[in-house]
Design a protein around this ligand. Structure first.
Ligand code: ADP
Length: 446
C-alpha cells in the first residue's frame, strides 16, 4: 500500500479523498492555488504545496507544477478527484512515466472514452445498446441533414470531446439542422480544441440512469447499481438518487450484466460510470466517465462501500476481493448539490461565509469544504456542499432530506438550498415521476 498520496484537486472532493487516505493510514499532500491557501483541504492535509496563481489553467491544471509537488514531497500516487485533470490521458501518462501511480484507469481507456465517438463504437461492438444516431463523426452540414432525415427530428448534435453539457445543440426540425451543426462545431472547437461532432436522436422524455463500476488489475469487474441523475439544469446534475425510482431490479440486473461483461472484455480498471438514457423500457448508452463522479456518495450509502478506498486499493494492485454476488444494495439515498448561486437566477454568489451550520442526525452525510469565516473564491466551480441522506426506502430518504434541508443554515453567500426545499416538496418529485426535462420546466415556473 502507498504511504503518501498527492491529491490534485480542491474543495469537497479533495477532503473526500483525504478522509479515505487518513482512514487507511496514508499521508496526504494537498496542492493549492494562491486563492486557496486558507482552504479546508489545505488545513487538514499532512503537507501542502502551492502550485500557482488562482486561474485553474496555471494551478490545478498545471501538470508540471503538480508533478514537481509530488516528486518533492515523495508521494507515490496521485488522486485526481473529478474535473480538472481527472480525465486527461496525457496527465495520467506523465504521472506513470515519473514512476508514480495514477489513481484511475489506464491512459488508453481514458483516451478511448474521452472521445465519445470511439466510446460509442467500442460499446456497441461489446453489445451495449446505443441511442440511435450517426455512424461516427458527421463531417459537414449535408451529412448532418442526411442523418436527421434518416433518424427523424428532433436530433441532438454533440461534440466528440464534449463535457459539462457544452457543445450540444438541438435541432427540432430539418430546417434547424444546419445551424445546430455549425453552432455545435464552433462551440466544440472553442471549448475543447476539437471540432468533431456526431448526431443522436434527441429523446423527448428519458431518464438519465448511470451505472457505477469498479474493475481491478486482475480481471474482476463489479457494479454497484444505478444512480438516477435526471434532475438537471443546462445538462448539469442538481439532485441524484440511488436507486432510480424509474427502473426495476430486473432491469438493473440486465443492465449490470451487459455493462460488466463489456468492461471485463476490454480490461477496464478502477472506478468508472456508464451513462445511459432510459425511455420506454430501453437503455441507450451515451458516454462513459473514467473517474470518480460528484454523485458517488449516493452509491456509497446504498452499497456500504467506500469507493475512494477501493480506487486506492486497486491502484496499489490489490484484488477487489469480492464478486457481484457480494454487492448488496439496501435502502435509498439522495444527494442535493448545493451551489453558491442565487436559487432563482443562478447568478454566482461567491464571498464570505459568515455562518455555517450543517445538519446532522441519523442517515445524514455532508461532503463540504466550507467553514464559517471562509471566503468562497470566484475562480472555481460553484459547488459548496453535497448533502446526502440514506433511508430504508425512498419515502424515508425524502423525509430525512426535507428535515436536513430545514436544519441547514449557510449565511453570507446565497445558495441553492431553497431550490432543493422546493423540489423535495413537489408532488411529481415525490412520486418519482420526472425525466431529464422536468427540472428545467420546474425552475421556469411551469
Ligand atoms: P456531457 O459529457 O457534456 O455531460 P452527455 O452526453 O453526458 O454530455 O449528456 C449530458 C446530458 O444531456 C444528459 O444527461 C441528458 O440529460 C442530455 N442528453 C444527452 N444526450 C441526449 C439525447 N440523445 N437526447 C436527449 N437528451 C440528451
Amino acid at each position: 500500500m502507498f504511504s503518501k498520496i498527492l491529491i490534485a484537486n480542491r474543495g469537497e472532493i479533495a477532503l473526500r479523498v483525504q478522509r479515505a487516505c487518513r482512514e487507511m493510514g496514508i499521508a496526504t499532500v494537498a496542492v493549492h492555488s494562491t486563492a486557496d491557501s486558507e482552504a479546508m483541504h489545505v488545513r487538514l492535509a499532512d503537507e501542502s504545496v502551492c502550485i500557482g496563481p488562482p486561474a485553474a489553467r496555471e494551478s490545478y491544471l498545471n501538470m508540471p507544477a503538480i508533478l514537481s509537488a509530488a516528486l518533492i514531497t515523495g508521494a507515490e500516487a496521485i488522486h485526481p478527484g473529478y474535473g480538472f485533470l481527472s480525465e486527461n490521458a496525457d496527465f495520467a501518462e506523465m504521472v506513470e512515466a515519473h514512476g508514480l501511480a495514477f489513481i484511475g484507469p489506464s491512459p488508453t481507456h481514458i483516451r478511448m472514452m474521452g472521445d465519445k465517438i470511439t466510446a460509442k463504437t467500442t460499446m456497441t461492438e461489446l453489445g451495449v445498446p446505443l441511442v440511435p444516431g450517426s455512424d461516427g463523426e458527421v463531417a459537414d452540414a449535408a451529412a448532418a441533414r442526411a442523418v436527421a432525415e434518416r433518424i427523424g427530428c428532433p436530433v441532438l448534435v454533440k461534440a466528440a470531446a464534449g463535457g459539462g453539457g457544452r457543445g450540444m445543440k438541438v435541432a427540432r426540425t430539418l430546417g434547424e439542422v444546419e445551424e445546430a451543426f455549425s453552432l455545435a462545431r464552433a462551440e466544440a472547437a472553442a471549448a475543447f480544441g476539437n471540432n468533431a461532432v456526431y448526431i443522436e436522436k434527441y429523446l423527448d422524455r428519458p431518464r438519465h440512469v448511470e451505472l457505477q463500476v469498479l474493475g481491478d488489475n486482475h480481471g474482476n469487474v463489479v457494479h454497484f447499481g444505478e444512480r438516477d441523475c435526471s434532475l438537471q439544469r443546462r445538462h448539469q446534475k442538481v439532485l441524484e438518487e440511488a436507486g432510480s425510482p424509474g427502473i426495476t431490479s430486473e432491469e438493473r440486473e440486465t443492465l449490470g450484466s451487459i455493462a460488466t461483461a463489456a468492461l471485463q472484455k476490454f480490461g477496464y480498471r478502477n472506478a468508472g460510470t456508464l451513462e445511459f438514457l432510459y425511455q420506454d423500457g430501453q437503455f441507450a448508452f451515451i458516454e462513459m466517465n473514467t473517474r470518480l463522479q460528484v454523485e458517488h456518495p449516493v452509491t456509497e450509502m446504498v452499497a456500504e462501500v467506500d469507493l475512494v478506498r477501493e480506487q486506492i486499493r486497486i491502484a496499489a494492485g490489490e484484488t477487489l476481493g469480492y464478486g457481484q454476488a457480494d454487492v448488496v444494495l439496501s435502502g435509498h439515498a439522495i444527494e442535493c448539490r448545493i451551489t453558491a448561486e442565487d436559487p432563482e437566477t443562478f447568478a454566482p454568489s461567491p464571498g464570505l461565509v459568515s455562518m455555517f451550520h450543517p445538519p446532522g442526525g441519523l442517515g445524514v452525510r455532508i461532503d463540504s469544504a466550507l467553514y464559517a469565516g471562509y471566503r468562497v473564491p470566484p475562480h472555481y466551480d460553484s459547488l459548496v456542499a453535497k448533502l446526502v441522506v440514506h433511508g430504508r426506502d425512498r419515502p424515508e430518504a425524502i423525509a430525512r432530506m426535507r428535515r436536513a434541508l430545514e436544519e441547514f443554515a449557510i449565511a453570507g453567500i446565497k445558495t441553492t438550498i431553497p431550490l432543493h426545499r422546493r423540489i423535495l416538496d413537489d408532488a411529481s418529485f415525490n412520486a418519482g415521476d420526472y425525466t431529464i426535462h422536468w427540472l428545467e420546466r420546474f425552475v421556469a415556473g411551469g
